[in-house]
Design a protein around this ligand. Structure first.
Ligand SMILES: [Zn+2]
Length: 136
């Protein structure tokens, strides 16, 4: 019972971020993409999700986590990105809606320090497993 309550809480806490991903479900389904459930997370791929990942961000991303929704360019690319994106899912469960300003601040801080705004963002470093193994 305690585990069930904790799981419920993690979904509720991350829900403001998940909300940002919800519009992609109908948009992607209406534009030829798909949706599937993997490891407790909805994966939305192809169609509008692919268009957004290619043209709507500062980087060309294969996948992106929005709470308990992961957007992917292709169904297959999600296989490769899943472990990385699930680190972000855990981060959303830990930080809730505060992940958004914290992520932006971390990118800004990296950029201000002369580093890469994406690869040196603390959340990306954790997702790539570079916290203990510095990027060369
Ligand atoms: Zn990432």
């Amino acid at each position: 019972m305690r585990q069930l309550v904790w799981t419920f809480w993690r979904y509720v806490w991350a829900f403001p971020v998940t909300l940002l991903g919800l519009p992609f479900i109908p948009l992607t389904l209406l534009t030829g993409g798909g949706v599937r459930l993997e490891r407790g997370v909805l994966e939305v791929y192809g169609g509008a999700a692919r268009f957004f990942l290619r043209h709507g961000l500062l980087i060309h991303a294969q996948a992106m986590c929005l709470g308990h929704i992961i957007l992917g360019q292709e169904r297959d690319s999600l296989e490769l990105a899943r472990d990385h994106e699930h680190v972000h899912v855990r981060q959303c469960e830990r930080w809730g809606v505060f992940i958004i300003p914290a992520y932006v601040l971390s990118s800004w801080w990296a950029w201000r320090s002369g580093k890469n705004f994406y690869y040196d963002n603390r959340f990306e470093r954790e997702a790539y497993g570079w916290d203990n193994n510095p990027r060369s």
